[in-house]
Design a protein around this ligand. Structure first.
Ligand code: IMP
Ligand code: MG
Length: 180
């Protein structure tokens, strides 16, 4: 039975685990022979659960870092304005950078963050997202490691929120509002 406010399970715990394992394998394969240091960057807060599971499936030496970008606020439509609320601690110059996102929707937020980090001269910059909503894309984002394409629904759970709630739900469900 889904949580109140979520009307259907889009991805079960087991399905998510399968996707994360596959992504970990692809990422490991990609970086295995690189002589650069790998920095895995999670965008807070949405990616924290995915990032925690994903890094344990990547069998390469790495360091981790986080960044907080403000995008939606409490709205469900991205304005395209981004602000760095908390920057990285690490330098990414001459390092392999892997950015980890929970979901890429319009791409408005993410494309700006990518552009900003490219300006810091990483040796390489790749993108991993658990969920992708290609039907809503407005800004181009080249995803290197994609968990799964999903339909145009607002989803919550496994780190994804609706006004900060549902992040702790262990599966990904479709949000349907408080009255349902
Ligand atoms: P974008 O700029 O439209 O690609 O979206 C940026 C952010 O909006 C994502 O990183 C998420 O935090 C949030 N977001 C987009 N779609 C959803 C959703 O279906 N559920 C929860 N958060 C979402
Ligand atoms: Mg996010």
């Amino acid at each position: 039975m889904p949580e109140q406010g979520l009307n259907a399970v889009l991805l079960s715990k087991e399905q998510i685990a399968g996707i994360v394992t596959r992504l970990g394998r692809e990422i490991t394969e990609c970086y295995r022979d690189s002589d650069k240091e790998l920095v895995v960057i999670g965008l807070l807060r949405g990616s924290f659960i995915f990032m925690a599971d994903l890094v344990r499936e990547i069998r390469c030496p790495m360091i981790t870092d986080f960044m907080t970008i403000s995008s939606y606020g409490n709205e469900t439509i991205s304005s395209g304005d981004v602000k760095v609320v908390m920057d990285l601690d690490e330098s990414i110059a001459d390092r392999d950078v892997l950015m980890v996102e929970d979901i890429i929707d319009t791409g408005n937020t993410f494309s700006k963050v990518v552009h900003m980090l490219e300006g810091r001269s990483p040796a390489s910059l790749r993108i991993c997202t658990l969920l992708n909503k290609p039907s809503r894309r407005k800004a181009e984002v080249n995803i290197d490691f994609c968990g799964i394409d999903i339909p145009d629904e607002f989803v919550c759970g496994y780190g994804l929120d609706h006004i900060q709630k549902y992040r702790n739900v262990p599966y990904i469900g479709i949000y349907c509002g408080p009255e349902n």
